[in-house]
Design a protein around this ligand. Structure first.
Ligand code: NAD
Length: 454
């Protein structure tokens, strides 16, 4: 499998892909090793994952360079990602013992009722490329903490990073056969589905997630899906610093080239502040530099996947065809690499793909609304349900609106944000189940209820 640099189209390296036979060998090794990993103390597993975190910190520059080379993410954003992963591991390791230890629920004279959290066994972590450290950590860290073995399939667009993760986990003390990497693209993912694993944890697109859910259903094992979104923002008229809000929300839409599951994908602005918001938003977008992701100061690097360029071109054409106005961008610049100019469209409607289908790129549709009722209606007019945000001076108003929006994460005066302490979960086509928080720690366990008499 060739790994290509999206910034210039050059092949970085080539890797041997896994086959059904090699995967079966890895699976057998994982099954045997998991039993030993599960019986060592939780505090020892916590210490091992803390050492992994320490190694990420020591090697951050080299890891960021590898990540940028294979994904096109600006170097500073690559460093930010590794730092974000370190922060998440800190929360997970600091809280594992609290949420994974046995719990006594009832104590009587001759009875005790307890819960223990047993590992699932060997789980699959089929992962995405857009934040390989962050979305990986959400799964393999709590899975390992809970005593599982992990068959980790990094995306074919972030495999070099996946191999670094494997190397550092092993340097930290995770036994060789407790964590194994499956190398390859969709076909290798399919071969992972054919194995009799004890749980499937997937991060990626709705289309692949739906396929995986269907394949895993007959196995009757846990299947969690963290999928795409079409995340809305509503900007109310009561804000005092509309320029700051416009700049902050532009970052929410365009950070990582818009390739975040929780990127802002559509914006509704109250008609009273619409013109001011738009002017500040476009001026911020134009101020950011597009270019070689290894050059310091670049905000827009290359898109990771070539195919996304055509998808974005098609969304722009569809919008313009149906009456939208292009304020900036709209095309791929001349030259090598998967670049796309940051694009702002207005006069958009929900008839247009740019307001309905996940864009996963540097493109945004901004729509004028008359008030809260219209905003809520439009925010809910989607098949997805990952995050939603409201900017307002009034917490009460924002909370009232957000209670009516069907999304797994609600943001007041913020966006494009994940916290390890809160459940990360999608609704509708954005997924099933939750990672992070105490729910995400327990997602990799099966509870056993103990009825103890005597
Ligand atoms: P993708 O669905 O194309 O691929 C994801 C993974 O699935 C890859 O490892 C791929 O090789 C594998 N795969 C592909 N076909 C498969 C098959 N038939 N069987 C088994 N495995 C298969 O997604 P992507 O392009 O890597 O990621 C982008 C998508 O991920 C976006 O939709 C984004 O919103 C979503 N995402 C969601 C979250 C979240 O937390 N909700 C986080 C990051 C990304």
């Amino acid at each position: 499998m060739d790994i290509t640099n999206p910034a210039n189209g050059e092949i970085i390296n080539s890797l041997a892909q896994d086959t059904a036979e090699s995967l079966a060998g890895k699976y057998n090794a994982l099954v045997a090793a998991q039993k030993e990993w599960a019986v060592i103390s939780l505090s020892e597993r916590v210490e091992t994952l803390r050492r992994f975190k320490g190694l990420l910190s020591i090697e951050i520059e080299g890891l960021a360079e590898i990540l940028t080379t294979e994904t096109g993410k600006p170097l500073q954003q690559a460093r930010n990602e590794v730092n974000g992963a370190i922060k998440r591991i800190t929360w997970l390791t600091d809280n594992a013992e609290e949420y994974l230890r046995d719990e006594t629920m009832v104590v009587g004279a001759t009875t005790a009722e307890q819960i223990s959290y047993e590992p699932l066994g060997v789980i699959a972590n089929i992962s995405a490329w857009n934040y390989p450290y962050l979305v990986g950590v959400n799964v393999f860290v709590p899975a390992l903490l809970a005593g599982n073995a992990v068959l980790y399939k990094p995306s074919e667009f972030a495999t070099n990073t996946g191999l670094q993760i494997e190397r550092l986990l092993k340097s930290a003390g995770v036994p060789d056969d407790v964590f194994k990497t499956a190398i390859g693209a969709g076909d290798v993912g399919k071969a992972v589905l054919a194995l009799p694993l004890d749980g499937y944890f997937f991060t990626g697109s709705y289309q692949t997630g739906k396929y995986i859910y269907e394949q895993v259903a007959p196995k009757m094992v846990p299947c969690q899906l963290e999928l795409g979104g079409k995340d809305p923002l509503y900007i109310t008229e009561d804000l005092t610093d509309i320029k700051a809000v416009a700049e902050g929300t532009a970052d929410g839409a365009f950070y990582n080239n818009g390739q975040s599951c929780c990127s802002v994908e559509r914006i509704y602005v109250h008609e009273r502040v619409y013109d001011d918001y738009l002017a500040a938003f476009v001026s911020q977008v134009k101020a950011w530099k597009l270019g070689d992701p290894k050059e310091e100061g670049v905000y827009f690097g290359a898109l990771t996947r070539r195919a996304q360029v055509s998808l974005l071109e098609a969304q722009v054409a569809d919008a313009l065809d149906k009456g939208a106005t292009l304020l900036t961008g709209g095309k791929a610049p001349e030259g090598k690499g998967n670049y796309f100019e940051p694009t702002v469209l207005v006069n958009v409607t929900h008839e247009m793909d740019v307001m309905r289908a996940e864009s996963f790129g540097p493109i945004i549709g901004i729509m004028k609304v008359t008030g809260d009722d219209e905003a809520v209606k439009l925010m809910n007019d989607t098949e997805y349900g990952l995050t939603a945000g409201v900017y307002s001076q009034s917490k009460e108003r924002a909370v009232k609106i957000l209670k009516e929006v069907n999304a797994g994460s609600a943001y007041w005066n913020c966006c494009d944000r994940v916290s390890a302490a809160l459940p990360w979960s999608g609704r509708q086509h954005s997924g099933i189940g939750a990672t992070l928080s105490h729910q995400g720690l327990r997602a990799f366990t099966k509870p056993k209820g103990w009825h103890l008499m005597g």
